[in-house]
Design a protein around this ligand. Structure first.
Ligand SMILES: Nc1ncnc2c1ncn2[C@@H]1O[C@H](COP(=O)(O)OP(=O)(O)OP(=O)(O)O)[C@@H](O)[C@H]1O
Length: 285
């Protein structure tokens, strides 16, 4: 669905935000794009949806350069930017005007999503709170039924019940044909939603693994004070004690702790990154 090869991008010639980045995004997957503030998550998403143009390399959506913004490509992708700006229209008016652009727009599902997210359908969107506006546009985004759905920090501004609702609706809206990419710097917001983790760090994708692959290769746990730390790849102190990542040599299942994993991958000379790199056949681009 999305094929990126050797992509270089910078807002100025002197400083690159993305460097020699290659990545495939496949249908039927929910990707979580994680990165620190300023890592370049929005920049990568803008390249994917054709709003920013690579300086070198390629970024294709369904076999065509994203930057060409062909109508057929645009009809099959929806991008929800981080700073949403709702139009001066009600949720229903938005569907009547803009929904028609998307051939598979589902009016019934849209009404149901609005109700589930508690968004009043007959009030002008620009008169609603930021969180309500965001929820209305999330409902719209899901209802478009586009093959590619790109959501930039969708949970920013959502209250705790809405974040849970959001995870439920996205999980339900995914089909075999749909590819969803969600960026966040609030890792816990995507817990138990995403099936593939992408980590963008120092201008590159340093992790592209499914949750199952991670659970197979790494063991997440805690370490009692004074316990033997031999073989530990990463440890950090937390209110729950020492959180550790070890190689999963016993083949036991542990829940992938995205926050600890993210911290482990973004430390200098990450032992976890080195371990994963030597225990997986990475695709050669
Ligand atoms: N339009 C722009 N012109 C120049 N520099 C930009 C522009 N947009 C972003 N940048 C710079 O590019 C870098 C990456 O920004 P980007 O918004 O992609 O990061 P991010 O990972 O999405 O961050 P956050 O989590 O804070 O939203 C930052 O250093 C930012 O200052």
């Amino acid at each position: 669905m999305v094929r990126i090869r050797h992509l270089h991008f910078g807002y100025s010639r002197r400083a690159l935000q993305l460097e020699n980045l290659s990545l495939d995004l496949l249908p039927g997957r929910i990707y979580g794009l994680l990165g620190k503030n300023g890592a370049g998550k929005s920049t990568l998403l803008k390249n994917i949806v054709g709003l920013a143009f690579p300086q070198a390399g390629t970024c294709d959506v369904n076999g065509h350069p994203a930057a060409r913004r062909r109508p057929a490509t645009l009809q099959d992708l929806f991008f929800l930017p981080e700073d949403v700006k709702a139009p001066a229209a009600t949720a229903h008016e938005l569907a009547a005007s803009t929904g028609a652009f998307y051939p598979r727009f589902d009016h019934g599902a849209y009404t149901a999503y609005l109700a589930e997210l508690d968004v009043p359908p007959a009030v002008r969107l620009d008169k609603l709170s930021f969180g309500q506006q965001k929820k209305a546009l999330i409902a719209f985004a899901l209802a478009t039924n586009t093959g590619l759905l790109v959501l930039d920090e969708p949970t920013n501004g959502l209250d705790i019940p809405s974040k849970a609702q959001f995870r439920k609706l996205v999980a339900r809206a995914l089909g075999d044909e749909r590819c969803v990419v969600i960026s966040t710097h609030q890792v816990r917001d995507l817990d138990s939603l995403i099936d593939t983790v992408l980590v963008l760090h120092q201008r590159r994708i340093v992790l592209n693994h499914t949750i199952d692959e991670l659970a197979e290769q790494l063991a997440f746990g805690s370490l009692a004070p004074g316990a033997d730390a031999t073989g530990v790849l990463y440890h950090e102190a937390s209110v729950r004690g020492q959180q550790v990542i070890r190689p999963n040599e016993a083949g036991a299942f542990s829940r992938v702790d995205l926050e600890v994993l993210f911290n482990a991958l973004t430390t200098p000379q990450s032992a976890v990154a080195a371990y994963l790199a030597t225990h997986r056949h990475e695709p050669v681009f």
